[in-house]
Design a protein around this ligand. Structure first.
Ligand code: GTQ
Length: 352
């Protein structure tokens, strides 16, 4: 951090700066390049989807040389075009697997998750041998270094959101990746629902449960029922409406060590109170329409208008508040955040 002012550069100081630079040194009083300020942004689903369908026509998926290993359209923050990143830590992308297609098996140190948008329940992600069937609204975890491949045996497209902590792991020089090597897919050895069952409230004793993420599926029908129940019981957060966390099934802590997943429900006509925090959040509207007002200062907010399936981003330490503009329908928003990272490093701060 510099002191906020730069010294007048006398010939002696200029000489010192040259000498420091020559030996790869620097003075605390010298200015340095600042991180670009991230901006709040909305990606309308209509645009994402038409680009994704176009990619389905022109980008082949598969293991051969002229094909991509994954067919995704990536959300890029306008301040991070050089890094092609949604935020400084996380990447949200939208993936298309067409009827009959397979995305081959690999694993990487970046942790990932899928939030399903369009599916008929026949396509699946195989995580560590478990067939995880995908229905709209399901959340499927692919923790770091777990083998995963995707297959669509049906006759319709399957579309989901991918979220990876790739920019964080890249920043920490901790990116490793490996292809499966024994064919395009790992064998299915566990049927759909295996992990959910094994990690339910009746289970073998777990000694020393760690917060390391586990392969896991959160089914949309459970999520929706929980939202409806809590709404009915009046459990309402002033800043976020009815807000639920997808917790780690053993610890009750964050979804994964680097990515937290949340879902919120805004009642018809509800406007929440503004707050800000040092985590940044990427949102995906499951259903409904509204406005999120975002501002780096307490005045003059930027209005992000959104409707069903749009994605938007709220940067760290920006004031933000939500408004459900429908008078009759709730709005449901899924979100991912780097909050677990900030919390575990003692960097999380919040102001109401
Ligand atoms: O589906 O395994 O968006 O490996 C980026 C990297 C998806 C995946 C992404 C990946 C995947």
């Amino acid at each position: 951090m510099n002191d906020g002012h730069s010294l007048v550069e006398t010939p002696e100081l200029a000489a010192l700066h040259r000498r420091l630079a020559e030996y790869s040194l620097g003075g605390h009083w010298q200015s340095r390049e600042k991180n670009p300020e991230l901006v709040a942004h909305v990606w309308p689903w209509s645009v994402i989807y038409s680009c994704l369908m176009e990619s389905g026509d022109v980008v082949k998926l598969g293991g051969i040389d002229d094909a991509a290993k994954r067919r995704t359209v990536q959300l890029v923050n306008p301040s991070l075009t050089n890094k092609k990143a949604t935020s400084r830590t996380l990447q949200m992308s939208i993936q298309l697997v067409k009827a009959g297609e397979r995305a081959e098996c690999h694993r990487h140190t970046a942790a990932a998750l899928r939030f399903v948008v369009e599916a008929d329940g026949t396509a699946y992600t195989n995580v560590e041998g478990e067939q995880m069937l995908m229905e709209p609204g399901d959340l499927v975890l692919t923790p770091n270094w777990t083998w995963h491949d995707h297959f669509n045996p049906g006759d319709k497209n399957v579309v989901w959101l991918d979220v990876l902590d790739i920019h964080l792991s890249n920043h920490l020089d901790a990116v490793f990746q490996e292809n499966y090597g024994e064919g395009p897919a790992q064998p299915i050895v566990k049927s759909d629902g295996y992990c959910k069952q094994r990690l339910s409230a009746i289970r073998p004793r777990v000694k020393n449960a760690s917060n390391a993420a586990l392969p896991y599926t959160y089914k949309w029908r459970d999520t929706l029922r929980a939202l409806q129940d809590i709404d009915g019981a009046g459990g309402n957060d002033p800043h976020d409406g009815v807000l639920l966390e997808y917790v780690h099934p053993l610890t009750g802590g964050p979804t994964m060590p680097t990515i937290g997943c949340w879902v919120q429900w805004l009642r018809p006509g509800e406007t929440t109170k503004p707050h800000r925090h040092t985590s940044s959040t990427i949102y995906h509207v499951v259903e409904g329409e509204g406005i999120t007002t975002v501002s780096p200062k307490k005045t003059a907010g930027k209005e992000l208008g959104w409707r069903s399936r749009d994605c938007f981003f709220v940067p760290s330490w920006n004031w933000h508040q939500f408004q459900n503009t429908s008078k009759k329908d709730p709005a449901i928003i899924f979100s991912v955040t780097d909050r677990p990272v900030l919390e575990s490093l003692g960097l999380f701060r919040e102001e109401a």
